[in-house]
Design a binder for this molecule. Structure first.
Ligand code: GLP
Length: 250
């Protein structure tokens, strides 16, 4: 894994956005995987401020969605992706695909989502955040490394972390649809972004820990083109910090 350590969230966003824009401008990135949560917001802000016309034709796939929320609910990932990605980047709504978590047949929604990714030729670059417990998408600890898009139950810790997006704790959904770890691993390139001390433990386990279902992000050690773009606070538990710094300085 390549580890880029920057000074703050804004720099993390700009670094990731520049990388995405280079890929979009050259035609190498036509499908982008997007994440929700606060970590990637600085990427979307930077993409908006450096907007290029080629972004209009981008196909976008979300990582996950809550089960049981209407798409119009402001905390649904449909709504978040529309606000933060589709509108900011002037994408065509028909090119934006989010799993349908409110339908009668969730298994069919998962299968449709996988088929849509395959029909688009796969994801060229996947943006990821990371949960404090090491989850990526909503693949909670002990998720199978070969899992596909499916329904998962959220851990109490994740529900507590995400309660800030809801008026009352009991409104946080208990289940979600998420791309599987196997699905995410098929992305041609991955950029994982994180900032802040609350992510330091998960980042150290993901990069330097044993590959283990207890830290789902550690599966990325098997991915050939993954870059972590993190700030100093998120990097502070890394044992080989001086090594990553020396690579980036050289
Ligand atoms: C949610 C999302 C993840 C995201 C995580 C971290 O659980 N499903 O994709 O990475 O939150 O969010 P934040 O960046 O706000 O810490």
């Amino acid at each position: 894994m390549q580890v880029e350590i920057l000074e703050n969230a804004q720099q993390v966003g700009e670094y990731a956005a520049d990388r995405i824009l280079r890929g979009v401008a050259s035609g190498k990135i036509t499908t982008l995987g997007v994440a929700t949560g606060s970590s990637p917001l600085s990427i979307y802000e930077s993409l908006e401020s450096k907007w290029i016309p080629q972004l209009i034709d981008l196909h976008v796939f979300a990582l996950d969605e809550y089960v049981g929320l209407q798409p119009e609910h402001p905390s649904s990932y449909h709504a978040v992706i529309q606000r933060e990605v589709t509108d900011r980047l002037k994408l065509k709504p028909a090119n934006v695909c989010v799993p349908q978590g409110n339908g009668p047949d969730l298994a069919a929604a998962c299968a449709r989502f996988e088929a849509a990714i395959a029909a688009a030729g796969g994801v060229d670059l996947q943006i990821l955040g990371i949960g404090r417990n090491g989850h990526i998408g909503f693949n909670e600890p002990t998720s199978s490394f070969s899992s596909r898009t499916r329904v998962k139950t959220l851990t109490p810790a994740t529900r507590a972390d995400n309660s800030r997006f809801f008026e009352k704790d009991e409104q946080v959904p208990t289940r979600c649809i998420t791309q599987g770890l196997g699905t995410i691993m098929e992305s041609k390139e991955i950029l994982l972004v994180a900032h802040g001390a609350s992510k330091a433990k998960a980042i150290a386990l993901a990069v330097e820990g044993p590959v283990s279902g207890m830290c789902p992000a550690s599966v990325l050690q098997f991915h050939a083109r993954t870059t972590l773009v993190i700030d100093r606070e998120a990097a502070r538990n890394l044992t080989l910090l001086d090594y990553y710094d020396s690579i980036n300085a050289g």
